[in-house]
Design a binder for this molecule. Structure first.
Ligand code: 4AD
Ligand code: MG
Length: 430
């Protein structure tokens, strides 16, 4: 029976054939162990010299790392195996013999591994991280479709800049200037007025010269936008979404979390509701913790965020930031126009800002004034202003960074390992 490693549990004590690669090998004079991988998982193949034809034993002993094979064998239950099964190999057909695979079992430096990202993706660790990413993507679609959202794809080539003009990738659009999208939000707002609740999910680009473990030049963002939803209700939706993803990863990625030595209790703690504190309260807390370097109006840096998150055993929303720190479209708070109805969700363990969101200005004149005050072109934003001209309603939305969420859930310390082919400040290869 032809099957996959993920499915072998259905064929205990039966003979199966799997298309696989040789991830690793150990052998002595009497027994050979093949670490087999097929993309769906990993399993150990065992070949006992005394029990098989000499030719098969020699083939197994001589096979090179990353050669591709059709391997046949009997599925055995094995408590010691991470997957619970191993394969008593009865046949090995070599499809292609790999020559001198560069990533050997010895330690390699990160730069070397990043140069070989196209091959590094095959490793157990990268497999686990990417499977967790995949589960987060699956959970995202589930959550939003189950909650009545419509997916609206926003364009990558745009003429406007939602998050400020300093971080844009410029390109030519025939005779016009264009920019790679840094956020789909403004288009999602148009979508919300057409479909009520929408989400965009696509790549976004920041030409930001940041070289930290949280910054990618190209990253994927999930951006829901909701008509008739005000600030507080948006936070309810955000925490339910994040908690749902954590639950899905906990339940469906047990092998992967084990592979990464991720402490399961960290994910169990991600349960709604999350604490909500204002920027002002956060500032007081920071002062109490001995941070004398921040004044009202300053943005929080990574050490501040980490200290705030450590104070709680859960992700924490920081709301009502000073208006001067945030983009032009955010709704001012009632009775206090120096702060806006926004929230950043800060993850524990130093993973930093996972979500940025806000209620949006829905008053035409106020939005127009903000566009002008930020020296943005009214022509470019006329379509965006139109949304406030024809049946404007209070609405809110947010953006969740996929790679930071993967890093957090998987417990790995750099976002470069959370996406197939990371685009970093000094890396466009492979
Ligand atoms: O806070 P940001 O810039 O917000 C927006 O773009 C809004 N338009 C979102 C919205 O309201 N629809 O980005 C949102 C999230 C951040 O919290 C972070 O998780 C992630 O996107 N992010 C990055 N992830 C990796 N590398 C970068 N350079 C990132 N910049 C932001
Ligand atoms: Mg932000």
């Amino acid at each position: 029976m032809k099957t996959t490693i993920a499915q072998v549990g259905r064929y205990v004590n039966e003979e199966v054939t799997i298309g696989a690669w040789i991830a690793g090998k150990r052998s002595s004079g009497k027994i050979a162990f093949l670490q087999l991988r097929d993309g769906t998982g990993f399993i150990q193949g065992v070949i006992v010299k005394a029990e098989v034809e000499e030719e098969l034993f020699q083939a197994a002993k001589g096979i090179t790392q990353e050669s591709s094979v059709y391997v046949s064998g009997t599925v055995r239950e094995d408590d010691r195996a991470p997957s619970g099964f191993e394969l008593a190999v009865t046949g090995l057909e070599i499809i292609h013999e790999a020559k001198e695979y560069p990533i050997t079992p010895k330690e390699h430096g990160t730069e070397f591994l990043m140069d070989h990202r196209h091959l590094w993706l095959r490793s157990k660790r990268q497999h686990a991280v990417m499977k967790i990413r995949n589960e987060i993507i699956r959970a995202t679609y589930d959550f939003f479709f189950e909650n009545g959202f419509t997916k609206l794809d926003s364009p990558i080539l745009t003429g406007s800049s939602p998050e400020g003009t300093s971080e844009l990738f410029h390109t030519k659009y025939f005779d016009e200037d264009a920019y790679l999208s840094q956020s789909g939000q403004l288009y999602a707002e148009a979508g919300a007025m057409a479909f009520g609740r929408v989400f965009t999910f696509g790549p976004t680009f920041r030409a930001e010269k940041s070289k930290t473990r949280r910054h990618l030049i190209e990253f994927w963002m999930i951006e829901p936008e909701m008509a008739f939803v005000e600030h507080e209700e948006s936070l309810d939706i955000q925490e339910n979404y994040v908690a749902f993803m954590a639950k899905c990863v906990r339940e469906n990625c047990q092998l992967e979390l084990k592979q990464l030595d991720r402490d399961g209790s960290k994910l169990e703690a991600i349960e709604a509701p999350f604490p909500r504190i204002t920027y002002d309260e956060a500032l007081t807390l920071l002062k109490e913790k001995g941070f004398d370097d921040v004044e009202w109006g300053d943005d929080f840096g990574a050490p501040h965020e980490t200290a705030l998150a450590e104070h709680y055993d859960k992700p924490v929303f920081i709301t009502h930031y000073p208006k001067s720190l945030k983009p032009f479209y955010m709704q001012p708070a009632k009775g206090r126009d120096d702060v806006v109805l926004c929230a950043d969700l800060i993850a524990p363990e130093g993973y930093g800002e996972i979500i940025g969101g806000s209620e949006r200005i829905h008053d035409y004149d106020l939005l127009k004034a903000e566009i002008k005050a930020h020296n943005l072109s009214l022509d470019t934003y006329q379509w965006y202003l139109d949304l406030r001209k024809y049946g404007s309603v209070p609405h809110s939305g947010f953006g969740l960074g996929l790679e930071r969420t993967v890093a957090w859930f998987a417990g790995i310390d750099h976002v470069r390992e959370t996406i197939g082919f990371p685009r970093l400040l000094n890396r466009l290869y492979p």
